[in-house]
Design a protein around this ligand. Structure first.
Ligand code: GLC
Length: 601
């Protein structure tokens, strides 16, 4: 009996029986005993080793790339590669954060890209006006295109998280987060939202957004639930092409990645929404089939619709971190899904790969990552990566392939022909930020994203002429309405004055009621001076982003609103709850104290 067979028998028997009682007495023959003792040294590892599935690329549907290579672009890439030094090639594969790099350093290290993370903004001021963004974009662009030392002309590009509008910039329009847009069940509106976002980004001189997230959330305890359009892969797959082509335009059209369009990123590849217990950056242990059919489905439709950048995910699959997982980044994404753009890492995500640190990670590049997002680690990473190119740990072929992928997209974006950011058609047209036309799109999205869960006695819509009491800590709080990724990473500490083109629920209700001869009294704690016809209580989650929003359970646990609702009900006042949250939560106590209840993501 070979070892495996007996081990298998023993393990399966013990697993079977241990599930329902005592594990079987192992066979007493010496052979099995020996083998058993050999296995007994580490049964957990044995079980784990036996359990880990493998990725078989042939199990993934084969999809051709929707975008044919352009001979002129390929010629240009070839010519550039021939001119570029190893230093210049490595520079194209490293993206630094604007809080940790100067335009001079971008020039010195030939960096191909910068980003502003959620908390980075010009002058380290998250509420600085749009003009400062445009000026800094010029500074990085000028530094990167100064070829007085004979270097090839390769402009830098700046990526940002415009994930619900150009939400880093004061005055830009803010859309509902993806979970609210998913609740609309209206993919067509996403195209408009993408177009508006791309326009407002170009007003400030940027040319690349790290959006859309096309995660399929499977556990709402995940802090990034609201960045997902929903838990249904088919819904997410129907949304991806719309938002993508809204931002990028249509592949093959004259304004693909140009004109009013720009570069998008689909993220995070792959399986970010399916980690155990919804733990952000955790381990996804779905089967390969689930990884393909649930998490992978939106990538097929996104790549078919022209996705040119994929962001690798922090999560692992059975312990393999995606940033270094060649079967997924290369065999599946490129080999089967037909992806022909470049893979950008997440914020020092490469540092989580086995054998890597944020400043040293040939493994990720060799697995298929093309550009490191190395916000503050860029300098040492540059030095180490250059050394690994020179000593062969990174082959010339892999280096040139990654550089080619980045240059190809820069060429498709027209970056080599573009003038400096502030001289581009939309640059500096600050009145476009939060313009009436853009706000109309946002209002339509906000309206359609609301989910009516209860409406006793048809309390809603509020009758014209009503006397309304407006209560709750979200009643007059645009920051709470907007959630994370708003002006700052966590979206915390935002005041209404930070949103010159925004409107709180209070301001909106005031306007709507006045028009019909009604009135609204604002009182956060629900105390009133004269008895209202009905009360609207606005409450919910505090803004959060990423792992900060991870929860152990789904019971909404801030009882302040319940207190207000209960007191109002005791006074015989009909109550409408407006619940601001980044995910569905268990709110039965509040539901039971409400005559009407709106989930307002
Ligand atoms: C973050 C997020 C990613 C974002 C990036 C840059 O950690 O995971 O979605 O695009 O860093 O801000």
């Amino acid at each position: 009996m070979n070892k495996d067979f007996s081990t298998g028998l023993l393990l399966s028997a013990s697993l079977a029986l241990s599930a329902c009682g005592k594990a079987p007495e192992p066979a007493t023959t010496s052979a099995v005993a020996t083998e058993t003792s050999a296995v007994a040294t580490d049964p957990a590892a044995e079980a784990k080793a036996a359990k880990v599935p493998q990725i078989e690329a042939k199990n993934w549907p084969l999809q051709p790339s929707p975008i044919a290579r352009q001979p002129a672009v390929e010629e240009k890439i070839k010519a550039l590669l021939a001119q570029m030094s190893p230093e210049q090639k490595v520079g194209q594969l490293i993206q630094a954060d604007i809080a940790s790099v100067t335009p001079q350093q971008v020039r010195e290290y030939y960096l191909g890209s910068v980003l502003n993370g959620g908390n980075s903004a010009p002058g380290r001021d998250n509420r600085v006006g749009p003009k400062a963004w445009l000026e800094l974009a010029d500074a990085f662009w000028q530094a990167s295109t100064d070829t007085s030392d004979g270097r090839p002309y390769i402009p830098v590009m700046w990526g940002t998280d415009a994930v619900h509008g150009h939400s880093n910039v004061k005055g830009a329009i803010i859309f509902p987060h993806n979970i609210g847009l998913g609740a609309m069940r209206e993919p067509k509106l996403l195209r408009k939202i993408g177009q508006v976002t791309a326009i407002e980004m170009q007003v400030t001189g940027l040319d690349w957004t790290f959006a859309p997230t096309i995660a399929v959330v499977r556990d709402d305890r995940w802090g990034r639930t609201y960045e997902s359009y929903g838990e249904d892969p088919a819904l997410v797959a129907s949304y991806a092409p719309e938002i993508l082509q809204g931002i990028q335009g249509e592949p093959g059209s004259a304004d693909f990645l140009r004109g009013n369009h720009m570069l998008a990123t689909v993220k995070h590849f792959l399986g970010d929404g399916g980690t155990i217990d919804g733990k952000d950056q955790g381990d996804n242990q779905h089967s390969e089939a689930n990884l393909r059919d649930l998490h992978g489905l939106p990538y097929y439709s996104a790549i078919k619709a022209g996705a040119r950048v994929v962001m690798a995910s922090y999560n692992s699959w059975y312990g393999e971190k995606m940033h270094g997982f060649q079967p997924m980044l290369s065999d599946v994404l490129v080999g089967r899904m037909g992806f022909d753009g470049f893979v950008v890492g997440d914020w020092n995500g490469h540092g989580q790969v086995k054998g890597c640190t944020p400043t040293d990670c040939a493994n990720a590049l060799n697995a298929g990552l093309d550009m490191f997002m190395a916000p503050d680690s860029w300098q040492k990473l540059y030095d180490n990566t250059l050394a690994q190119v020179k000593d062969g740990r990174i082959t010339q072929a892999r280096l040139d392939e990654a550089v080619s992928r980045v240059l190809r997209i820069k060429a498709e974006m027209g970056l080599f022909e573009q003038v400096q950011p502030s001289k581009r058609p939309l640059a500096g047209k600050f009145d476009l930020l939060g313009s009436a036309e853009h706000r109309a799109v946002a209002r339509e999205a906000a309206r359609k994203s609301l989910v009516l869960l209860k409406n006793n006695q048809k309390l809603l819509p509020i009758k014209a002429g009503s006397k309304v009491l407006l209560a709750g800590d979200g009643a007059d709080h645009i920051g709470k309405q907007s959630g994370g990724w708003t002006l700052s990473w966590q979206g915390a500490g935002n005041k209404n004055s930070d949103f010159p083109n925004g409107e709180s629920i209070y301001a909106g209700l005031q306007g709507a009621l006045a028009a019909g001869g009604g009135s609204v009294e604002l009182s956060e704690n629900g105390r009133f001076t004269s008895k209202p016809d009905l009360a609207v209580v606005v409450f919910g989650e505090e803004p959060y982003a990423e792992f900060v929003g991870d929860r152990a359970h789904l019971a909404f646990d801030d009882s302040r609103a319940l207190q207000v609702l209960t007191e109002l009900k005791a006074q015989g006042i009909p109550t409408v709850s407006v619940f601001l949250s980044g995910r569905p939560l268990w709110v039965n106590p509040e539901l039971n104290q409400s005559d009407a209840f709106v989930a307002a993501f």
